[in-house]
Design a protein around this ligand. Structure first.
Ligand code: PEP
Ligand code: MN
Length: 331
């Protein structure tokens, strides 16, 4: 059950609401976010919500039967749009493309990528500076110095940036330079990281775990929201199955499912999702048809020379083509 409180609700009123919930039992948690104040009640008995609806300090009250609450669409039917500022919205009318290299590798690469994005009118650049790699001997990213360089160049050119945060200890350090944090597939259930990202006010792109169910993804999003940050995007990036023909299986069923179950915007990452350059464009278009609000693409000036994920990275020309096709498709 979600009780949305009036912004002006006093402590006394909140206590009266909690008292009225005593017959419900379960757990009642107060959640304060940038967007509002809520009481989230779970695990109790059947309860007539009209008892709560008329109390002072209550804006509205909804029964939510999902195992997740605040990210559920059962109380917030209208989809949420995430505002990155300067007219860059995800989950509104325009389909957004977040394109860029798997890893930030150096200034020349960043300048070329930014110029490419500007030339196609894309507003968000992706790139990793802290890279989660299967092998500790692989390229691990340029770190904070690389991020500062990238952030300067991107912002000078009106481009927003999204980068992966590997650990809660990095959140504050990178805060001034990023527009959106990315939680990678390997951290999709890192609950201390999710808790900590709930305490910042910048958007979080939350990827699905490689073997994570959609319910687990939504529960992970609930961690962020219930800690105070409503600005969350859900990302389908492919899951591991018995199929070995390509890197992952891009589960596009997830798109209509997540849009139905949650009010949060949905992003599709066909680059990691299929993992094979020549199939990425088709799967990107399929994601748009499935209803994605944004597409994440790995793009590099010289894809075969990319320091990570070369096999799935598009060239500038390939990216330009698919971005144009996405815009034609958007209906
Ligand atoms: C990435 O976006 O480069 C990345 C590491 O993604 P994922 O966490 O989906 O593997
Ligand atoms: Mn990658």
């Amino acid at each position: 059950m979600i009780i949305t409180l009036e912004k002006s609700a006093t402590e006394k009123q909140v206590q009266d609401i909690k008292d009225a919930l005593s017959t419900y039992g379960g757990t009642v948690t107060k959640v304060n976010t940038q967007g509002g104040f809520y009481l989230v009640a779970v695990g109790g008995k059947e309860f007539d919500i009209r008892v709560i609806g008329g109390l002072d300090g209550v804006k509205d009250v909804h029964y939510v039967r999902d195992p997740y609450q605040l990210v559920s669409r059962q109380w917030k039917v209208k989809p949420t749009a995430i505002d990155l500022g300067d007219g860059v919205l995800i989950g509104a009318d325009e389909h957004q493309v977040m394109a860029g290299p798997c890893s930030i590798e150096g200034e020349a690469q960043v300048r070329a990528s930014v110029a490419h994005l500007v030339s196609v009118g894309a507003r968000i650049m992706r790139g990793g500076v802290f890279k989660p790699r299967s092998s500790p001997y692989s390229f691990r990213g340029l770190g904070l110095e690389g991020l500062k360089m990238w952030s300067d160049i991107a912002h000078e050119n009106g481009i927003k940036i999204v980068t992966e945060v590997l650990d809660a200890s990095q959140i504050e350090m990178i805060y001034p330079y990023v527009d959106m944090y990315q939680v990678g597939a390997r951290n999709s259930q890192n609950f201390t990281l999710l808790d900590a990202l709930g305490r910042v006010d910048k958007p979080v792109l939350l990827k699905r775990g490689m073997s994570g169910t959609l319910e687990e993804l939504l529960q992970s999003a609930e961690y962020i929201f219930s800690n105070g940050n409503e600005k969350i995007l859900l990302c389908e990036r492919g899951i591991r199955t018995f199929e070995k023909a390509y890197r992952n299986v891009l589960d596009l069923n997830a798109v209509p499912y997540l849009k139905d179950k949650s009010h949060l915007p949905v992003v599709v990452d066909p680059s990691h999702g299929v993992g094979v350059r020549k199939y990425v464009a088709q799967m990107a278009l399929a994601g748009v048809v499935a209803g994605a609000d944004a597409t994440l693409l790995e793009v590099h000036e010289k894809p075969e020379q990319a320091k990570s994920d070369a096999a799935q990275t598009l060239s500038f020309d390939e990216a330009t083509r698919v971005i144009k096709q996405i815009r034609e498709l958007k209906f």
